[in-house]
Design a protein around this ligand. Structure first.
Ligand code: AHR
Length: 511
């Protein structure tokens, strides 16, 4: 496949920027951008589940369906989230699923040791999650407990949710009110096995994975189980190397990777009142995703040249200091135009590597880290990240259009980043969508786009931007940032001219 070619040069003279040049080879569109790249992550952490998704069946103040907020269901349906990973994260390796089934008043409580040490009543469990996925119209992705669980527990979970026939676990499921299995395809075999999932070496985890994977099957064969191994922490390339070498390909559906856009783990900086320097450093970390997926993919290519195993970036997003006055263990942070930049640029990276990156999960869906929704009692707001993911969902399952890009640099001090991030796809109706991010916090960008092939007559689009990079939606002003029609694109034959304001995201549609 023709790779994305980035060559960004400093073309700045007397404060004016030269034109950025993009070439899209429309006729070469071949690889499918898996819609599973548009997955999300919901952990028992802070107010993601309790107060975020779930407010309880008895709640008369907040409209809900079986305890799940109706406003959340509607917003996530509109977003077209392709899959939802649950119950963690670090929490997953402490979670015993059998404590979360059966009559709610009989379920034992548990202490959420990783996140705030709070006691949970297990009122949101397997049935609640899987039924909620059906309401939202998304595929569940269950993360199994390997760190403190057993092979028997995890294989029982598979049988409980997937077995269509008579078995101890399917009988139990039916006693608990669910006749038919849910047919869960995606299964994580532990989480961050190198850290909170057990502090294992890659060699040890590879053996543990093989053992678990052996007993996790579809049983009835109705569901093809897709097993995902706990993957590398950011640039731990050795982790990927060892797992690819030691795990037989036929036991492995996907290999995970976690990378957060963080400035410094001990000094992450504020979510809202950040400086331009902090913005720049966050974007450096976000754009590093390109190098990460390139290098991890190259290692995978050595062992799996046919690209059977997916690279699954099942945790990504911006991570800042928690909002002042909130529980440090709850990871609650606001979401500004900086987060919109991270989302737009990261999704472009995933698209451009869609031959290997076939699944991803933004961390996390509600009230935690780079959330798409924030809730406060009966109020719910959509964040700038939500809007980017909604604008971009036109790329789901469309064909990637290869791109060559030559762009200006965004310079801060002595350092620079490519100012423009881009990707494009052609959908089943023949329409082409181009998503563009101007990362530069100060300068507008003129972009000249050449279309090789295709025959388009019209261009339309939407833009997300605001007056200040630090702008965000609040419960008092929920629609300060929202997509608007974009008038800055003109199509003349095979050339498209676009003018983008600083820190903006644009999605164009060509027909
Ligand atoms: O998303 C928050 C935490 O970050 C997850 O629980 C863990 O997997 C990662 O370290």
């Amino acid at each position: 496949m023709k790779r994305l070619l980035i060559a960004c040069t400093t073309l700045i003279a007397f404060n004016t920027h030269a034109q950025n040049n993009l070439v899209f080879n429309v006729d070469a569109a071949k690889t499918t951008i898996s819609k599973q790249i548009y997955g999300h992550f919901a952990e028992h952490l802070g107010h993601c589940i309790y107060g975020g998704f779930y407010v309880g069946e008895g709640n008369t103040k907040i409209p809900n369906t079986n305890g799940v907020r109706n406003d959340v269901i509607d917003a996530l349906k509109k977003l077209k989230i392709a899959n939802l990973r649950w119950p963690g994260g670090c929490f997953a390796d402490t979670y015993h699923w059998k404590d979360g089934i059966g009559p709610k008043n009989k379920r034992p409580g548990m202490v959420n040791a990783w996140w705030g040490g709070v006691t949970e009543d297990n009122s949101f469990g397997t049935h609640d999650f899987l039924n909620m996925c059906e309401l939202i119209g998304t595929e569940p992705y269950l993360a199994g407990n390997v760190g403190s669980g057993t092979v028997q527990d995890l294989t029982d979970w598979v049988q409980y949710v997937n077995f269509n026939g008579k078995s101890p676990m399917s009988d139990l499921r039916q006693q608990n009110g669910r006749e038919k299995p849910w047919h869960v395809t995606y299964w994580g075999v532990g989480n961050e096995a190198w850290g909170c999932g057990g502090n294992m070496t890659p060699e040890h985890y590879a053996d543990v994975y093989r053992q678990y994977a052996t007993f996790m099957t579809g049983w009835s064969n109705e569901t093809k189980i897709f097993r995902i191994a706990s993957g590398a922490n950011s640039k731990d390339y050795n982790w990927t190397e060892v797992l690819m070498k030691k795990i037989p390909l036929n036991m492995l559906g996907g290999l995970a990777l976690h990378h957060y856009s963080v400035i410094e783990w001990r000094k992450k900086g504020p979510a809202v009142d950040f400086s331009e320097q902090q913005y720049f450093e966050t974007m450096q970390s976000a754009l590093f995703m390109d190098s990460l997926v390139t290098k991890h993919s190259a290692i995978m290519d050595k062992y799996d040249p046919e690209k059977r195993v997916a690279l699954v970036v099942d945790e990504w997003g911006g991570w800042y200091d928690v909002e002042p006055g909130t529980n440090p263990g709850f990871l609650y942070q606001q979401n500004t135009m900086r987060d919109a930049m991270i989302a737009g640029a990261t999704l472009n990276i995933f698209h451009n590597h869609s031959d290997r990156v076939r699944m991803a999960n933004l961390a996390q869906t509600i009230n935690v880290l780079q959330a798409v929704l924030l809730t406060n009692e009966e109020k719910m707001i959509l964040t700038p990240t939500y809007h980017v993911m909604e604008m971009y969902n036109v790329h789901q399952d469309a064909k990637l259009v290869p791109l060559t890009i030559k762009c200006n640099n965004y310079v801060v001090g002595n350092e620079k980043l490519p100012a423009i991030s881009a990707s494009a796809s052609k959908d089943s109706t023949g329409a082409m969508h181009i998503s563009l991010v101007n990362i530069d916090a100060k300068a507008a960008q003129d972009i000249s786009i050449t279309l090789e092939g295709g025959n388009y007559k019209t261009v339309g689009g939407r833009i997300l931007t605001s007056a200040k990079l630090q702008d965000h939606n609040t419960f008092e002003q929920p629609a300060k940032i929202k997509p608007a029609p974009f008038q800055g694109a003109a199509l003349k034959g095979k050339t498209l001219s676009v003018k983008m304001p600083p820190f903006s995201v644009v999605v164009l549609e060509l027909k």
